[in-house]
Design a protein around this ligand. Sequence first.
Ligand code: CP
Length: 313
Amino acid sequence: MSWTRKHLLDIESLSPEEIITVLDTASGFKDVGKRDIKKVPALRGKTVINLFVEPSTRTRISFELAAQRLSADVINFSAEASSLRKGETLKDTTRNLQALKADMFIIRHSAAGAPHFLTRFLDAHVINAGDGAHEHPTQALLDTFTIREKKGRLKGLNVTILGDVLFSRVARSNIWALTKMGAKVTLCGPVTLVPKIFEKLGCRVTHRIEEAIEDADVINLLRIQHERQRKTFFPSLNEYTALFGLSKERLARCKSDVLIMHPGPINRGVEIDSEVADCDHSVILEQVTNGLAIRMAVLFLVNGTRVPIEASA
Ligand code: CP
């Protein structure tokens, strides 16, 4: 087992061994989730703050459930109902929560680097649940877990990430995770949203969807991140769908065992046909299920729990 970190801030700084430790630990927690009693006492007595300053369904709820399954006390911080609205700074807010003896902060924020900022003055553990367009480490870990589970390996697989790469923290974290694990990553989308500079991260870049999907073992689709775009990057959603949407017709030209993934939320009829989202190739809901096991593993590891999962049950 390879893990000594107090925080999980990004994938960029993780070693392949640390990534494997998270995936293997998550496998154990996935098994725990199949038992009648799905709870273990690993974080009993610990207080976890779910601090989401941006909207979320999957990440927020699966972190909450993960902390509960590990027997922690969980506080869901509502930014809208908090004194952030009265001008209190993020620093003062989190220091006040730490004064209430919070042990862990799970933070989602529109500002890249917000989780790293918290580690400068908090003693608590900090986990990045998505910071601006920078990283979304647990999403990449659950995506990598899902691919490994379905394909039996990561090394040598062709993984295509298709869509708005420029504004996507999911893309950045996936690129780091997959290239570290030996997968071959292709990025595809409009020139404005998939610049050639991404080749410097060890990826192939193409702006032709046919080229991107023909040899793909996995296609991971991204929605258009309108909330982070300050100008128009393509003429219309209809044109985007025509050029880069994953339709039934395009799926028919893919490998017969291709996996279709999406971090959610999906925009049916834009980046993905509704029927493709629900077809047998799609593992979109399995990604969500695996997210719970990954987040249990991350909370368990950053806490420094050293007893095996079985022994702690
Ligand atoms: N994949 C993801 O981060 O989804 P949410 O925004 O719903 O958490």
